[in-house]
Design a protein around this ligand. Structure first.
Ligand SMILES: [Zn+2]
Ligand SMILES: [Zn+2]
Length: 252
């Protein structure tokens, strides 16, 4: 046995002993996790999130209803596809997001990204997507939180899709009010002009298909505003990838 293998064996054994001494607690539901659970969130919680049902609209990823897809109308014409894992707000998904955003459990970003990377996009979007772009936080909020949760999610997706994360394209200029209690019209006004291009961004985005990553898609106002700035800078196509999606707004 090599010394590296011995070290790994010892580390594994130490981990198992630690698991016995310190039963791990799910960061979302705060009950003990089972030994089969990997990551920060327990299997029960992952099985309880309300997945978007299939079949879905090929473009916006919304479960197909009878008649036209009204959710597609909320997307600008240069948005090729949007995918989300689960509905929000809903108790379990909100617990997972709170752990990531408000309780400092940054590793939940990797758990979410692992699942988002498995969502099916149209074949042309898979072929063309050139980079992942996390929606930025404003500097004050990122300092307070210690990280941008969308960047952590994007990094985990990037490792599986084998495309880069580009996080120096946009800055969030104004400390936008939290969107939670705003109407759809107020949300659009709240993020209007919130995002600015970083110097040199034009060169990086020209002609590209970029996948914008955020934790939640509610009305689409935030993602649409980022997409609009990147489109004006020369990006050709955008797709959206989020953990949660709200049923409200224009959803069918
Ligand atoms: Zn749990
Ligand atoms: Zn649609």
């Amino acid at each position: 046995m090599t010394s590296g293998a011995l070290v790994r064996l010892a580390a594994g054994a130490a981990g198992q002993v630690l698991d016995l001494l310190l039963p791990r607690i799910c960061v979302a539901c705060e009950t003990p996790t089972s030994t089969a659970d990997r990551g920060m969130v327990c299997g029960r919680c992952w099985s309880r999130i309300a997945l978007l049902a299939k079949p879905q609209c090929q473009r916006c990823g919304h479960p197909l209803a009878v008649g036209n897809c009204r959710f597609c109308d909320a997307l600008p014409p240069y948005v090729r596809a949007a995918r989300s894992l689960c509905w929000v707000p809903e108790a379990t998904a909100s617990g997972i997001l709170s752990a990531l955003k408000y309780h400092g459990w940054s590793a939940v970003g990797a758990d979410i990204g692992e699942r988002l990377a498995r969502l099916q996009f149209p074949v042309d979007a898979c072929r063309e997507r050139a980079a992942l772009v996390p929606v930025p936080l404003n500097a004050a909020r990122e300092r307070e939180r210690g990280y941008n949760q969308s960047l952590l999610i994007a990094q985990a997706v990037a490792a599986r899709w084998q495309i880069p994360v580009v996080h120096d394209l946009l800055t969030r200029q104004v400390a936008t009010e939290t969107q939670t209690r705003l109407t759809p019209g107020e949300r659009s006004a709240n993020v209007k002009d919130a995002f600015a291009l970083q110097p040199d961004a034009h060169r990086k985005v020209r002609g590209q298909h970029l996948v914008l990553v955020d934790d939640v898609l509610t009305t689409g106002a935030t993602l649409n505003e980022c997409a609009s700035v990147l489109f004006e800078a020369g990006a050709r196509t955008m797709s959206y990838l989020t953990f949660g999606r709200a049923r409200s707004g224009t959803s069918a």
